[in-house]
Design a protein around this ligand. Sequence first.
Ligand code: SMG
Ligand code: MG
Length: 372
Amino acid sequence: MTRVGSVELRLVTLPLVRPFRTSFGEMREKVCVLARVETDGAHGWGECVADVEPTYSEEWNDGAWSLIRDFLAPAAFAAGDLDADDLASVFAFVRGHPTAKATLENAVLDAELRARGRSLAEYLGAVRERVECGVSVGIAPSTEALLEQVSGYLGEGYRRIKLKIEPGTDVERVRAVREANPDILLSVDANAAYRLADVETFRALDAFDLLMVEQPLHHEDLWEHSLLQKQISTDICLDESIRSAADARAAIELGSCRIVNVKQGRVGGVLEARRVHDVAQELGVPVWCGGMLETGIGRATNLALAALPNFRLPGDTSATNRYFAEDLTEPLVLAPDGTLPVPGGSGIGVEPDPDRLEAATRRAERIVPARR
Ligand code: SMG
Ligand code: MG
């Protein structure tokens, strides 16, 4: 048991090595909220996976900041002695906002584990010391540029290529990448850009032996995905639609997907992410670890999760240099075999470099319990 004594929020910005375009927009820099909590005798870090605008989900940086400052941190202070495990019920009075909740819960768990000298990976039930990494490739300006990027990533050792797709260029781009690379693990991610009426596009994609098609339809839908899955042979993987272990159970039982992308931020933190993993495992469905272009803090958190047994496919756990020339933490470097090590130190096992953190910080605020 410990007590949350303060929460420091920072808005940080890091330039991306190349723009990252999806079906809903383009990112040129990473901008996110970090939380540093202080508990009795320890501190811990959490990274919020929201972005500047509410485009991937309904959460965004400034919204998460206000929610943490005005509701979540005060609730954590008022709860008194607690374990990170108790926070889901402490935060339950706030509907939704899994990403903001994850930021604080992960930070408290990190502090708790640092105080006990235990690693997050070991605490979660890791069964491996290295994880297989894939890479997510943004929508490129041309097919030639895409082919060049893909061959660069394959040269670095990545074990799975995921192509972002959008209506118009989808089939042609996937065909080009598949023809150039007949034997690779290849998947696509639509970020909800299609409708059920686009089934012919997915039938055409069935020809390319894809590992999966990720979130083809509406970001909250389960039912229409189940109808689409019946009409195509490629496995559907859900990302945006899965916000909890209960959603994962519903999606699998409905036949809406045969694979689940687990992003701890999207489901409210690593503890719920482990429950998503467990439900999928019980129902015989493989999961893999998604990514949100995290800095080293969120990336280390993801690597711990990806070490669990039912993470059976390479994740979007790419190396630091995929996105950043310089990270807040020490870089995570891809081995030539396409794996990254699971951090073994206390908590998430990484710490931001104080100078780099200061240089990246645009705004900071320290929240403490109100005096009575
Ligand atoms: O961290 O490598 C990463 C990003 C992987 O493609 C990625 N994430 O829908 O899975 C996804 C996207 C969301 C990115 S939001 C800009
Ligand atoms: Mg996705």
